[in-house]
Each structure stands twice: as C-alpha cells, then as structure tokens.
Design a protein around this ligand. Sequence first.
Ligand SMILES: Nc1ncnc2c1ncn2[C@@H]1O[C@H](COP(=O)(O)OP(=O)(O)O)[C@@H](O)[C@H]1O
Ligand SMILES: [Mg+2]
Length: 254
Amino acid sequence: MSLLEFENVTLKFGGLTAVNDLSFEVEEGEVFAIVGPNGAGKSTVFNLISRFYDPYAGRIRFDGHDLLQVKPSGVAAYGVARTFQNIELFDHATVLDNLLVGRHRHRRTSLLSELFFTPSVKKQELQNRHVVEEIIDFLDLQPYRDKMIAGLPYGVRKVVEVARALATEPKLLLLDEPASGLSVEETTDMRWWIDDIRRQMGITVLMVEHDMGLVSGVSDRVLAMADGAKLALGTPAEVQSDPAVIEAYLGRAA
Ligand SMILES: Nc1ncnc2c1ncn2[C@@H]1O[C@H](COP(=O)(O)OP(=O)(O)O)[C@@H](O)[C@H]1O
Ligand SMILES: [Mg+2]
C-alpha cells in the first residue's frame, strides 16, 4: 500500500480543468517531486490533499484512509503537514512561538485542566517544548529562536516554515516551492535539509519545485504535469529526457 494515492482525480474551476484525470502514488520514505509550467495544477494537487477543494471525480487515499471522507481540519491529524508557495507564518510572533503553534494538534488536554494547569497539562507542555527545541536544533535555527518572524531574512523564514510543519510530527511533508526566492547557496542548504528530513526523521516528502537542480539532487521520482494532466513519471533523469516533457517546456518558452 502506498502512503498517498491519487486515482483518476479531476478538479474543475468553472470551465477550467485544473487537474485532469490524474493518477499517481507516493511511497513511504521517498522524496517525490511534482514539476511543470505555471498553471499546470501543482499547487491545486496540494490543495486537494489539504482538502481545501473537493475533486469533481476520483479518489484520494492517505495511509489507508479515504481522504475525501476527512474534513480539512482533520487532515493534519492524519499526519500531513505543508508549507505554502507564499510563506504563511505569524509575523509578529517569535520562531519558537510559531513552532509551538505547530504542536497544536498534539494537545490532549481539556480547557478546564488547562485553566488549572494540572500535571498532565504541564507534562504535555514540556513534551511540546522538547519536540520544538529538537527541531530548532535540527534545522540550525538556534540563532533565531527568540526573534520575531517579521525581522528575519526571507531565506530563514523559508526554513522556519519547514520547521513549523515538522513540529506537527507528520508522516507526509508537502513543500510548495521550497527553493523559490532562495539564493544558490540557500537552495543547496534546502537540498540537504530535505535529504536529512527524509533520512534522519524518516518523513516522506512531496514537493513542488521549479529548480531542476534541487529536484534531480534530492528526488527519487518526479511527476511532470501540464494542463492538469500527467506528462511523465519516473526518475529525475527519465523525466528530464522524456520527449513530452521537453516539448511542453520548449513549447511554453517559445
Ligand atoms: N481557486 C481557483 N479558482 C479558479 N481557478 C484556479 C483556482 N486555483 C487555481 N486555479 C487555476 O487552476 C490552474 C492550476 O493552478 P495551480 O495549481 O495554482 O498551478 P501551478 O501551481 O502548477 O502553477 C491555473 O490555471 C489557475 O489559474
Ligand atoms: Mg503553484
């Protein structure tokens, strides 16, 4: 059984078919990339997994569950975390506080016990702190731990967004253009972070990315999309040499 399964999924926005009869599977433990020109439907695939949209047709399964039976608020509880194409963090809170917010779904206490700060609440709070501090260390965010997001360089905020997603201890991490806006050096760092997340944390990664250097460097398999549909699926080398993929890219550039 694959961790994530798309089966003949179609999504339409009015007359526009944003995702067109798309099928693919993501296996546990792999880094899987989705590439394609702007408007290909890549972010829409993420929004379908997040349950922001209901597909017009098809099935989506995650970790043995029918994802289409899950409310948007329930997706994180099944173990899916994501970052956004445009960074979404609380700008006027510290790095630490943004990560603690990411722990929210792990809270198993009631409001009443929180009001009276019972031992179980205290234990939960300590556990949250512990996980968050480990992620801060893991991603080298120690120098920024108590800094406000608003004042941080763009490249650091990208890493904090990954950290916040990791704080939920997901099974599947969705990264929407993790290298967009990053310098060459920062992109290389991001590549190693993604590698470490998979190897050391054992988390499956599904990413949308334009930087083919990053995609080839870190992905096991690549899905190339155009106009909402699958163009090619295989290893980075297979997909990059696929005639349909070359045609789609050259066609757009011309
Ligand atoms: N909420 C929406 N309403 C209408 N059209 C949308 C919406 N979201 C995306 N689209 C359209 O669907 C297509 C795929 O968009 P998107 O998934 O964002 O592409 P990508 O991430 O590959 O650049 C585009 O033509 C886009 O304009
Ligand atoms: Mg997009």
